[in-house]
Design a protein around this ligand. Structure first.
Ligand SMILES: Cc1cc2nc3c(=O)[nH]c(=O)nc-3n(C[C@H](O)[C@H](O)[C@H](O)COP(=O)(O)O)c2cc1C
Length: 217
């Protein structure tokens, strides 16, 4: 039986995080069900210069991810389709990552608003006690943002802020390395193997010196 990971892309800044997570899942041979919120179309356009259109999603996703998707096990569900597979707990999925997660998405999921398929799918995965990783991207935050994150934590989600560490590649880390650090932590939380960052091995400066490649880690 096909059991994909659901990836929900909401309208926070940080579309490279979403691209890196989707690429990491596909690289691991996982199936992916994709939900892109209406607001995320704006951030994708803003940050990549490319449109994301429901009618041309495979072409647009291929452009965004920079890869040929011909062999990828991918399903796209329009965010307005509340009859889509992931809106039901009986639809078989492994769990879900919301990356990046807007404050609006965090609030909606935390209170069970289900205003679109992204929020509904996240709520469904929480109620089914499947792994859910939420990657909030906002700073600074209000008390209500923090309360919604606590509610998500208490509901069983892993709250994994887009907060890259520099120990993997040192202070001169590239933006790509910092994005991959966050994406790798998301895949760790889902239990999906990857080599997106160098793991801490108990040696100060190893990442900075480039003494060990991420592939070896
Ligand atoms: C270019 C752009 C960047 C945005 N960046 C953020 C952000 O970093 N964090 C955030 O919480 N909202 C951000 N927003 C606002 C959200 O898109 C807005 O709250 C929207 O209602 C979220 O809807 P969604 O959760 O359904 O995707 C941004 C909006 C735009 C247009």
């Amino acid at each position: 039986m096909r059991r994909p990971w659901v990836v929900g892309v909401s309208g926070a800044s940080g579309t490279p995080y979403a691209a890196a997570v989707i690429n990491g899942l596909l690289d691991a041979g996982a199936a992916v069900d994709l939900v892109v919120s209406r607001a995320a179309r704006l951030t994708i356009l803003d940050e990549t210069g490319s449109a994301f259109r429901d009618a041309h999603w495979r072409d647009d996703l291929g452009t965004w991810l920079g890869r040929d998707l011909a062999a990828a096990d991918l399903v796209h569900w329009p965010a307005g389709d509340l009859a889509a597979g992931p809106s039901s707990g009986s639809y078989p999925v492994r769990g879900m990552a919301v990356v990046p997660a807007s404050t609006a998405a965090c609030a909606g999921i935390a209170i069970g608003l289900s205003k679109d398929l992204l929020q509904r799918a996240a709520e469904v995965n929480l109620k089914e006690r499947r792994p859910v990783v939420v990657v909030p991207r906002e700073t600074p935050v209000t008390r209500s943002h923090l309360e919604h994150l606590i509610a998500l934590h208490d509901a069983g989600a892993v709250v994994l802020p887009a907060s890259p560490g520099f120990y993997g590649a040192g202070a001169s880390a590239t933006a790509r390395q910092l994005v991959d650090f966050v994406a790798g932590k998301v895949l760790d939380a889902l239990g999906v193997p990857h080599s997106l960052f160098r793991r801490w091995a108990g040696e100060l400066g190893a990442g900075r010196d480039g003494r060990e490649s991420a592939d070896d880690a």
